[in-house]
Design a protein around this ligand. Structure first.
Ligand SMILES: [Zn+2]
Length: 313
């Protein structure tokens, strides 16, 4: 699984693969994600390789290893994931973690915690992480993720091995998104018009949402569920939304529109109803929700929640 990233993240891959094969790992990693769209899955594949007794890196999981199976099911007791509760990661969340980690590992000999958006640790939470990092315990590995390394205390940074992910530029091209779309949806590339149709429907949804806000929920069936049929389509649709809002951000900050040049009029109308801060907020929310897709059985509910969160309720 980690081996999937040989070409996309060659340098980091080498470092982590080496750590896995020699079982020589740091107590704390700080991943600078640089907008790499698959950063979370990448980190999970590293974690999996660390925990698997066979150090599997080339396949999804080994068939007979209990660790791999239970990680896939999302119930591995020795992996804890912490993410902002609202705007911040709060001290309570870390106290809970510390209590959990005081117990001995049930499976294997390592415990791993992953802190998403580590730049959102509030002051008290950052201090309690710092304590954790100053007195590392055997077998406990901290993984911090951030897209904003300067939002992290220097004292925390200096205690982590910093892993810089390479930005995946391809992710920004429409062609790539289209290809991915055609591959995932149709398993071939000829049906360009249909691909376009899908993208247009996502843009139509955004336009409707930007005009009607909370009322979007009332028309979700027609606007969204009738067009987006499964999880793969949903992930692609989220990718399109993220790319679109990134271009709105480009427009607002006076940079070049990278992808949606053909839609400048519509894009500028939406941009003018927002400011940079609200667009950044929307991008954060969309990215968070995109990650939730995998773990959510009820995607209908997910879209309602998305609108409610975007509306700040
Ligand atoms: Zn395994």
């Amino acid at each position: 699984m980690l081996d999937r990233y040989i070409e996309i993240q060659p340098i980091v891959y080498k470092i982590l693969k080496n750590a896995v094969s020699k079982d020589k790992y740091s107590h704390a990693y700080l991943f600078e994600t640089n907008g790499f769209y698959d950063s979370y899955n990448f980190i999970i594949s590293f974690v999996k390789a660390l925990l698997c007794p066979k150090k599997m890196t080339d396949s999804e999981h080994c068939n007979d290893c209990y660790q791999c199976h239970i990680i896939d099911s999302g119930n591995f007791p020795e992996i804890k994931i912490i993410e902002p509760d609202g705007l911040w990661i709060k001290k309570d969340q870390l106290i809970e973690l510390q209590n959990e980690f005081n117990k001995k590992a049930v499976i294997g000999n390592k415990k791993i915690y992953i802190i998403k958006e580590a730049d959102k640790l509030n002051k008290q939470a950052a201090n309690s992480i710092l304590k954790f990092l100053e007195e590392p315990e055997e077998g406990i590995i901290a993984i911090l993720m951030t897209d904003n390394i300067y939002g992290i205390l220097e004292t925390i940074r200096s205690r982590c091995q910093i892993i810089k992910l390479k930005e995946d530029k391809n992710n920004y091209s429409v062609k790539d998104t289209l290809n991915k779309l055609s591959y995932i949806l149709y398993k071939k590339e000829e049906i360009e018009n249909e691909q376009k149709e899908k993208i247009l429907k996502v843009l139509k949804f955004i336009k409707y949402y930007e005009q009607n806000h909370m009322d979007t929920i009332l028309y979700m069936q027609k606007l969204w569920h009738d067009n987006i049929k499964n999880k793969n389509e949903l992930e692609i649709a989220f990718e399109i939304m993220i790319l679109y809002y990134k271009d709105i951000l480009n427009y607002l900050s006076g940079r070049k529109i990278e992808i949606f040049n053909d839609f400048e009029t519509e894009l500028s109308e939406i941009a003018n109803k927002n400011d940079i801060k609200t667009i950044c907020n929307k991008l954060n929310i969309l990215t968070e929700f995109k990650e939730k897709i995998k773990y959510n059985a009820n995607t209908n509910l997910l879209m309602d929640k998305l609108i409610i969160t975007l509306e700040g309720r």
